[in-house]
Design a protein around this ligand. Sequence first.
Ligand code: NAD
Ligand code: UDX
Length: 491
Amino acid sequence: MVIQKICCIGAGYVGGPTCSVMALKCPDIEITVVDLSKDRIAQWNSNEKLPIFEPGLMEIVQQCRGRNLFFSTDIVSAIRKADLIFISVNTPTKTFGMGKGRAADLKYVEGAARMIAENAEGNKIVVEKSTVPVRAAESIMNILKANNKPNSSYQILSNPEFLAEGTAVQDLLHADRVLIGGEETAEGQEAVRQLSWVYEHWIPSSKVVTMNTWSSELSKLAANAFLAQRISSINSLSAVCEATGADVSEVARAVGLDTRIGPKFLQASVGFGGSCFQKDILNLVYICECLNLPHVAAYWQQVIDMNEYQKSRFAEKVVSSLFNTVTDKRIAVLGFAFKKNTGDTRESPAIYVSTHLLAEGAHLHIYDPKVEPHQIVDDLNSSTMDPDIVNRNVVIHSDAYSATKNTHALIVCTEWDEFVTLDYEKIYADMMKPAYIFDGRKILDHDFLQNLGFHVQTIGKKMHRDVARAWGCFFLLVLGSIPAVSNMGVI
Ligand code: NAD
Ligand code: UDX
């Protein structure tokens, strides 16, 4: 069999970009991306705005759509005619029941598997593209087999996706590796060859790595756990830097120059966000607990705990620096997405910081270049659980200058490039005094801002004018000559 038609169930951040790039690189294959959501599919078919923002994606969609790339809500016919079906649906953390708050909720994967079982005829290759717990392929196979039509047969493959949001197109075009896990039977290996052939339209065969299904499933969780662990490691050291006068950027540079360690993913920040890291590590923790491996579970749980600590440390620093109260103060929040070049806010640290400040009585003025205003309001409503607070105390702005005008403090929560080149002289002139900047992404020129008159706080670095006083306090404390002071913030 040669793959001629592909169906992808789930037109989200993974299904949309992955199939668009696949359609671009495989003009001989017809690809249909299907979703339950009519709105999402309508947006994928629109020329104005796709449902997700990804640099370079619109151009590819416009080139392929209607040629060999289709977006549809007709899931049944797409399944029927496909030789290969990707399951690319969401696998969020369970919010209730067994494993609540940790286990992956596989209801959407199960729903997709049932739709395949009900509608597929002939031989189909079913590919897990969603991130799933180890041995999820077995559950999918059980559903397919239990509902098997007499004339149908399946091979299940694991093919986890490693793209990062904001760079999805480049990540897909130049993947470090493509992972394919399959059964070690002749039929299983033939299915692996078929999927490899699809990727080899543009990925060198040396980068298409094949392995057993369970290794492939676990490798995805492992990769995300390792990446997040690096961020939590450097963030933990950022707290030491702030307490000692070391600079976390210098420490990260020194550590990353060791070729065994490497420089990537050592950027200290307000904390990691995104739909994957927390969810996938919690899933790994849950799996370890179920496997009676409490030490392994506790080890990975610490990566999440450190991230929570980092977010709360940052939010508390804002309050303590502003004379221990933000009640009725106006604070600008620049950036709401979980990272730059995406409009995605899932698990964004900006939600945590904003909610913390709202609980302290602050008035927030929020601006993000790509996040829709209703998304910001929805996120804050679901986290404060009190729409009244959000209605009264949150204003969404369409540019950074109006968001910062007349505010007491400005917080950078996302590292958007445009925040680096803002006219801070103008911003300073328009802010209340003393004017504070809290750079949660370490992207601004702190010396320049201090010279303008701003009081600057950032992650992993004590600012010059704070250092002398902090060390003075430290030595005095050591000498036991003064009582402990809890707030070292400097006016
Ligand atoms: P998403 O929420 O953006 O998209 C999932 C889509 O699936 C939604 O549009 C939903 O309507 C649709 N869907 C759910 N059940 C369906 C069904 N039965 N039939 C048709 N459509 C259905 O999710 P995402 O961010 O694209 O993530 C998908 C998977 O990929 C997850 O397992 C995630 O962990 C993994 N992943 C995500 C990323 C990322 O950067 N977002 C990267 C790598 C892996
Ligand atoms: C991640 C993985 O990188 C990707 O391989 C996987 O497929 C999905 O999950 P994503 O969440 O889209 O991708 O973005 P990523 O670039 O990994 O950033 C995640 C979070 O970590 C962001 O909030 C980012 O700002 C933060 N981060 C990243 C840091 O705080 N410091 C860093 O050095 C790198």
